[in-house]
Design a protein around this ligand. Structure first.
Ligand SMILES: [Zn+2]
Ligand SMILES: [Zn+2]
Length: 345
């Protein structure tokens, strides 16, 4: 594959902007950071050098002898996680927990060798196994920049609002944004586009509130409602809540904001051992909390068909679109969503 559009995952800003590796090692050593972090990232998390990046739109350069459906020259989405498509996990749609790579907590692009030998997507070429299963062609007429984040962050937003709204047509939606910066915004837009009666988006960042409003969401300052942190943001609560602040306090706030029978999907990382969760509150409201990786491959066909059908303008979340050759500088930019591009062949 030759990636020609690549998105910066919200999670990639953490190792780029902060010296987190040493902090994580120290945290694991004293038992403050959950040891599963070491299973995913290795004993020395983000040990360089490694190729970063796990969101891309790519062109097929060559195919192996066993590939039957994917053709040279096709434009495809490469999901962030490697999956075989035929094991029990994959058949259940848990494509990011593929059992064919059982020695890994995650088999994925762009996290370094602890997550397998796959490399990263900010690269000249990327090798893709199980190509007939993994690769999903981009529908004709869908601009590549629109689906720059389909490999991960857009798919993560999709799972957090589209299936819950399918089960609760016209539900009210709350998004606590600002941590998983682009996921919260994609979720706001997708919730509006899927018929939510109310979409409230909480974030202290002005530019992101503007993007949320451009999608038709109601944007609110996080700090304005901080004193009501442990109360629902409305008296009746929300049937669908997305926790995208990536903070333990955000999880608690999200759960306290649930309406009876509501579901909260937490899309962030909660690294500490023993993150407190108000279970009795969940009992009282019959609330559901969903935590875990997104299974991008499983949702890609429906999601791309939706984008093709509706023209959903996911590119409005991209706050910096940079030339591929400027990747080192652009990838480090302190902005919501970076997308790199170069001409397709
Ligand atoms: Zn990611
Ligand atoms: Zn599998």
């Amino acid at each position: 594959m030759r990636p020609f559009v690549a998105g910066r995952c919200d999670g990639d800003t953490v190792p780029i902007h902060r010296p987190v590796s040493r902090a994580l090692q120290a945290g694991m050593a004293v038992g403050a950071i959950d040891p599963v972090v070491g299973c995913i990232c290795g004993a020395v998390p983000f040990k360089g050098p490694f190729a970063i990046g796990h969101e891309c739109v790519a062109q097929v350069l060559r195919v192996g002898a066993a590939v039957e459906q994917i053709r040279v020259g096709q434009t495809v989405i490469v999901p962030w996680a490697v999956s075989c498509g035929s094991c029990p996990s994959c058949r259940r749609g848990l494509t990011s927990k593929c059992a064919t790579t059982p020695s890994r907590t995650l088999a994925a692009y762009g996290f370094g060798t602890a997550s397998g030998p796959w490399g990263g997507m900010i690269a000249d070429e990327v090798r893709v196994p199980f190509a007939d299963h993994i690769l999903v062609p981009v529908p004709l007429g869908v601009p590549a920049l629109r689906v720059a984040a389909a490999s991960d962050n857009l798919a993560d937003a999709w799972r957090s609002v589209v299936p819950p709204l399918g089960e609760r047509p016209g539900a009210s939606v709350l998004i606590i944004g600002g941590g998983a910066k682009s996921i919260g915004l994609y979720a706001a837009g997708l919730a509006v586009a899927h018929g939510a009666s109310v979409v409230d988006y909480l974030d202290d960042n002005f530019a992101r509130r503007q993007i949320a409003e451009s999608f038709g969401a109601r944007a609110l300052l996080m700090s304005a409602s901080r004193r009501r942190r442990n109360r629902p943001a409305t008296s009746v609560g929300y049937e669908v809540v997305v926790e995208a602040s990536s903070r333990a306090a955000g999880i608690r706030r999200a759960i306290h904001s649930l309406a009876p029978g509501g579901v909260c999907t937490a899309v962030g990382y909660y690294l500490a051992v023993g993150t407190r969760v108000p279970l009795m509150r969940m009992y009282a409201t019959d609330g559901t909390l969903r935590v875990g990786v997104s299974h991008a491959r499983a949702v890609l066909p429906d999601m791309l068909a939706f984008v093709e059908r509706t023209g959903y303008a996911a590119e409005h979340v991209s706050t910096l679109t940079a030339d591929w050759d400027d990747a080192p500088r652009a990838y480090a930019a302190r902005t919501t969503k970076v997308v790199l591009q170069r001409d397709p062949l």
